[in-house]
Design a protein around this ligand. Structure first.
Ligand code: CA
Length: 215
C-alpha cells in the first residue's frame, strides 16, 4: 500500500498526542497532521493531500459533525472516522449523514484502531459493534435511509454474498481473499451493487441490505 497522510482532529491535547504517537510508528503512514479545532482541520485538508481523518465530535466552535459536512462537501475521497466517547443514536446517524465513513468509540484499543484505519482505507465502512446496533435499530425504525419494502434489487447470488460481507465491515481486499477472487473483480461487483441499490456508498448499501432483509 502507498503511504498515507493522516489527520487527527482532537482538542484534547493528551488524546491527540496519544493518537499521533500510535500512527507515527506505523509503516503505512507518511505524515500525521494535527488540528485542535475544525477550522484548522479544514485548512489542512484544503492545503494537503490527506487520505484519512480521525475526527473528534466535541470540538470548540464548529463541532465534529459540522466539520465532517464541510470537509465532505469539498472532498469526496478523504476517509473520515469519527472517534467519540458518546454513542448517542442521533449523533451516530448525524455523523453518517454528514459523510463519515466510520464511527468508533474512544474506548477502542490503539492496535484495533490501527486495524480499523487500514480497513477503512481499504474501502470498508467499519463501525464499532456497539454502534452498529444503534445504526441498525435506527435504520429499521425510521425511513431516513432507503424504503421499508422487501426488494431483491435483481442482485445476483455473488452480489448478495459480497453485500453480506460488506454489512460485516469487510474491505475490498478482505472480500477478495474470502471469496478467492481478485480485488478488481471485487471492486466491479461492489460498484454494481451500489448502482443496483441506488446508494452512494458502502455504508448506505449495508443499511439498505439489512433493512430490506437482502442478506
Ligand atoms: Ca473533544
Amino acid at each position: 500500500m502507498e503511504e498515507k497522510n493522516i489527520l487527527i482532529v482532537e482538542d484534547h491535547e493528551l488524546t491527540r498526542f496519544g493518537l499521533k504517537t500510535t500512527f507515527e510508528s506505523e509503516s503505512f503512514v507518511k505524515n500525521v497532521f494535527e488540528a485542535e479545532n475544525a477550522q484548522k482541520a479544514i485548512d489542512i485538508v484544503t492545503n494537503n493531500k490527506i487520505d484519512l481523518i480521525i475526527m473528534d465530535l466535541g470540538l470548540p466552535n464548529i463541532d465534529g459533525i459540522e466539520a465532517t459536512k464541510k470537509i465532505r462537501n469539498k472532498n469526496k475521497d478523504v476517509k473520515i472516522i469519527i472517534l467519540t466517547s458518546h454513542n448517542d443514536e442521533k449523533e451516530v446517524l448525524d455523523s453518517l449523514k454528514a459523510g463519515a465513513n466510520s464511527y468508533c468509540s474512544k474506548e477502542i484499543k490503539p492496535a484495533r484502531l490501527v486495524e480499523v484505519v487500514l480497513s477503512v482505507l481499504d474501502g470498508a465502512s467499519w463501525f464499532d459493534p456497539k454502534i452498529a446496533d444503534v445504526v441498525l435499530k435506527a435504520a429499521t425504525n425510521t425511513n431516513d435511509i432507503g424504503e421499508n419494502i422487501k426488494k431483491d434489487y435483481n442482485l445476483t447470488t455473488r452480489e448478495v454474498q459480497i453485500l453480506k460481507l460488506m454489512t460485516e465491515g469487510f474491505g475490498n481486499s478482505e472480500i477478495a481473499k474470502e471469496l478467492v477472487i481478485s480485488v478488481n473483480t471485487t471492486k466491479a461487483h461492489v460498484a454494481n451493487i451500489l448502482q443496483k441499490l441506488e446508494v452512494d456508498d458502502r455504508l448506505q448499501a449495508a443499511i439498505k441490505a439489512l433493512k430490506n432483509k437482502i442478506v
